[in-house]
Design a protein around this ligand. Structure first.
Ligand code: SF4
Length: 366
């Protein structure tokens, strides 16, 4: 195995990026394994330097704010790791009304947000008609804002209608690109092939697309992670959401190993090096397992945060995993504190729409 300097090349981030973009399956798995298991602190710091250099080339020190609105905790799926899975009879279910959703966007707009992320389980109550009406109301009221949807797998036609109604971005984590691994985490009726097809459809329609995966999910290996990296390289998403797997007490993985932030931080840096222009959140899950997790993420190439704009009384009920931070705060408090921490860490809170570097929007049908 060549030296770590040869792996990252502190002074040559573009070359390291090129290496990741050429690596075959086994070399990718070996690089991931090396950084997760063998690399010295100096080598990890070289990797973070590469990631920061690439992030700064396209985005400077900006950390973009997205306001997250969790509008329904109903879900028709059984993802075995998730507290909202339909088989979890202890989950508290709620739906926000259309007025409440638009009202949280209005609050966010007053606080300065220019992106709203509407997230839910796969809740069929929210038909295309209802969702298109909500999206188009938000875009009419706040035309300078971007709307991101994170509402799971739908038909291509549905994605098209939502795009034409004004949705700009779509987050759909693929969770794992390895078929055998996917089968161990999801109910038999769910399909990795369909999930991947959804991502390709979204991209083809014109959305800014976010894929992503959990770090240290049950049965994950360096080989399954290599599949994730190869899939991301092929898809070329505009956003990648990766965060540590945190077990939920009412799932079959309740007693599963609790991860360390360091592994997520290393993978964030590797994703930044693989896709230099990507928008990369330092997730709430990362901030949950380590009080300085998000700051560590920024220093490894992350450049997005998604503070919660959901009504405080609902946040505990949107329980994907246990011990989530900021579940009780008012949006304004949480967001001021986060902006202060970002400044203190040497970065710049940025409330613009934060589109991907070089983004050109595609036409919508009226
Ligand atoms: S991960 Fe998403 S789709 Fe799966 S059970 Fe949870 S909310 Fe539903």
């Amino acid at each position: 195995m060549q030296s770590a300097a040869g792996k990252t090349g502190r002074s040559r981030p573009l070359e390291f990026s090129g290496r990741l973009n050429r690596a075959g399956r086994s070399e990718m798995a070996e690089l991931i394994r090396y950084f997760l298991e063998e690399a010295s602190p100096e080598e990890i710091s070289d990797l973070a330097f590469c990631a920061e250099t690439l992030r700064e080339k396209y985005y400077g020190k900006s950390v973009y704010f997205r306001g997250l609105i969790e509008f329904s905790s109903y879900c028709k799926n059984d993802c075995y790791y998730c507290g909202l899975q339909r088989s979890n009879s202890k989950a508290r279910r709620y739906r926000l009304s259309e007025e409440e959703i638009v009202g949280r966007c209005a609050l966010g707009r007053r606080l300065g947000f220019r992106t709203f992320v509407l997230q839910s389980g796969e809740d069929m109550y929210f038909t295309d008609e209802r969702l298109c009406r909500i999206v188009s109301r938000i875009k009419t009221l706040f035309p300078d804002c971007a709307v991101t949807l994170s509402i799971g797998e739908r038909s291509r036609d549905s994605y098209r209608r939502l795009y034409d109604a004004g949705a700009d971005r779509y987050l759909l984590r693929h969770e794992t690109a390895d078929e055998a691994h996917y089968r161990k985490l999801h109910a038999p009726e769910m399909s990795l092939r369909n999930r991947m097809q959804c991502l390709y459809d979204l991209k083809e329609i014109g959305y800014q697309v976010g894929a992503g995966f959990m770090v240290d999910s049950p049965y994950q290996t360096c080989e399954t992670l290599a599949e994730d990296f190869l899939f991301l390289r092929e898809l070329q998403p505009e956003m990648v959401g990766i965060g540590p797997f945190i077990p939920h007490k009412d799932t079959r993985f309740a007693d599963y190993y609790h991860p360390a932030a360091e592994r997520t931080v290393i993978l964030l840096a590797l994703v930044r090096c693989l896709l230099p222009k990507v928008l990369l959140p330092a997730t709430t899950a990362l901030g949950t397992i380590d009080p300085f997790g998000r700051e560590k993420g920024f220093r490894a190439g992350a450049n997005v945060v998604m503070p919660n704009l959901s009504p405080p009384e609902r946040r505990r009920e949107y329980s994907l995993y246990d011990h989530k931070i900021c579940t009780g705060d008012e949006a304004a408090e949480c967001f001021q504190r986060l902006a202060g921490r970002i400044r203190k860490a040497g970065f710049v809170p940025d409330f613009s729409r934060g589109d991907p570097a070089g983004w050109r929007p595609r036409a919508r049908r009226n």
